[in-house]
Design a protein around this ligand. Structure first.
Ligand SMILES: Nc1ncnc2c1ncn2[C@@H]1O[C@H](COP(=O)(O)OP(=O)(O)O)[C@@H](O)[C@H]1O
Ligand SMILES: [Mg+2]
Length: 479
């Protein structure tokens, strides 16, 4: 990231501001989120819509609701494609007594000691939305693979329901299950699972061959997938000639060749070295935006989860402990287990301005005169107000100190408004906000893509909240 062009002192202030901001996120994001953001909470996939609004004029005529945008992120992913209800999996010969113990509140450990059965999943409830990358994350042994494998019944659930695309998959007989898997599901494994004596082309075409597709047809389809994953030229090579990253591309191409609705990926990149892994993650994101498949991706790695997941479910001991977007989880970890995953993450790379913004106190339109504006600023004890046009699009900001002169010279707010100020978008990363903050001395307006004022980020209050016990002010920081 570009740093502000300042001297030595400025650079250290930069780090200080960054440090303060990251602490601020911890301290106030919870509060601000509850005021401004649609909130997803809890393991049950409950959605609570918070208040999201654009700000109209401060004089209370903002009764028209035409400028109320719909809740944001929920629009990005589609309908529910997978619904998991009360899903439990017990490995062992006496599941019924294990289940009884679970229902009476026994832990995984107690069930194991008493019955010898291993609880793989305990009362899991989840919804996966069409078109999203849904990451299941947790420590080794937490039940991620078991959950994923229940989706294609490589593992048979003990209890509960799994509905995929309207079909209760637990009701399918063997033939129905085979057909369902073929039509709907593609799977990518950590250890690639390639057939060693088949060329790349025939590995990719394998599923199509099993389906009885003609050689010409399946090779054409396989070639298309090989091109998509960037392996053009390797068609006739055997798998052992390929690097790990390339092998996993083959695995991906093979899963995609069937044109599944849902791609199941179990630690698909975990065996790759970090750089290759990173570029595979990037490519998966790109591929996802092109192909628009629903992806359920299992990972034990938080960085990977944050990079890939539209939403993330965190598992512990066979249970879901939290579901949400990366930002939900970072700003509001459900418990210490979740929080322990978050140590060491640079939050400024994930958190956005939407989390930090507050409601602006004084917002007026061009109809408002400077006298009224000054009174409003005085009443709310603010030094800066925001001017909107009649369509409530953001024009600029005006300072209280410039109003007396405007009144004297009979000027309007439009004459004195400052329109050349830095603004941010709700999804601007805090990391990018920091560079703007150190260069400005006014509240930063947060505008949506229609230039409507969604909120402001006020550096002074930011600093006060981060360091209430110290006398350092924002002015100290930017001087
Ligand atoms: N086939 C099996 N038989 C007995 N226990 C199993 C089996 N598969 C998984 N488990 C147990 O279920 C729990 C969850 O395992 P798994 O889903 O593989 O975890 P993860 O993928 O998160 O590492 C673990 O305690 C594991 O030992
Ligand atoms: Mg696993």
């Amino acid at each position: 990231m570009e740093r502000p062009k300042k001297g030595e002192q400025g650079m250290s202030y930069y780090d200080e501001v960054k440090d303060m901001l990251s602490r601020l996120e911890n301290n106030v994001s919870k509060h601000i989120r509850s005021l401004f953001l649609p909130l997803r909470t809890g393991a049950q996939g409950i959605q609570v819509s918070g208040l999201t609004n654009t700000y109209g004029e401060a004089d209370s005529d903002s009764s028209d609701s035409s400028d109320t945008p719909s809740s944001d992120r929920d629009d990005e992913s589609g309908d529910t494609i997978i619904t998991i209800t009360d899903l439990t999996k017990v490995f062992g010969s006496r599941p019924s007594s294990a289940i009884e113990m679970l229902e009476n509140g026994s832990s995984k450990r107690e069930v194991l000691d008493e019955t010898g059965s291993v609880v793989g999943l305990k009362n899991v409830n989840l919804e996966v939305h069409e078109g999203e990358i849904f990451v299941v994350m947790g420590l080794s042994g937490s039940g991620k693979s078991t959950l994923l494998r229940c989706l294609n019944r490589l593992v048979e659930p003990t209890q509960g329901s799994i509905v995929i695309n309207g079909i209760e998959i637990r009701d399918l007989d063997d033939k129905g299950l085979r057909e369902f898997r073929r039509a709907q599901l593609g799977m990518v494994f950590q250890n690639f699972g390639l057939l060693p004596h088949r060329t790349i082309l025939d590995n990719v075409a394998f599923g199509l061959e099993v389906r009885g597709m003609s050689e010409e047809e399946r090779h054409a389809k396989a070639q298309e997938m090989i091109d998509i994953v960037g392996l053009k030229g390797y068609e006739s090579v055997l798998p052992d000639k390929l690097s790990g990253g390339m092998k996993q591309r083959v695995g991906l191409a093979r899963a995609l060749a069937n044109d599944p609705t849902i791609l199941l990926m179990d630690e698909a990149f975990s065996a790759l070295d970090p750089l290759i892994r990173r570029s595979m993650q990037d490519e998966l994101i790109e591929l996802h935006s092109k192909l628009k498949k629903t992806i359920v991706f299992v990972s034990h790695d938080l960085d990977e989860a944050l990079r890939l997941g539209d939403r993330i479910a965190i598992m512990k001991d066979g249970e879901i402990v939290q579901v949400g977007t990366a930002e939900d989880i970072l700003s509001n970890p459900a418990n210490d287990y979740v929080a322990s995953f978050l140590n060491g993450i640079d939050r400024s790379k994930v958190m956005t301005c939407e989390t930090l913004m507050r409601r602006p106190a004084v917002v007026v339109t061009q109809r408002t005169g400077p006298r009224t504006a000054l009174k409003m600023l005085d009443d709310s004890d603010r030094s800066v107000g925001f001017l909107l046009d009649r369509n409530r699009r953001f024009i600029g900001l005006f300072k209280a100190e410039s109003l007396p002169k405007a009144i004297e010279e009979s000027k309007s707010l439009t004459d004195i408004v400052n329109t050349t100020i830095r603004t941010v978008m709700p999804d601007t990363k805090v990391e990018d906000l920091i560079t703007i903050l150190v260069e400005t001395d006014y509240p930063i307006p947060v505008l949506n893509d229609e230039r409507r004022l969604m909120g402001v980020i006020h550096p002074n209050s930011v600093m006060d909240k981060v360091r209430p016990d110290e006398s350092i002010t924002y002015e100290d920081v930017i001087e």
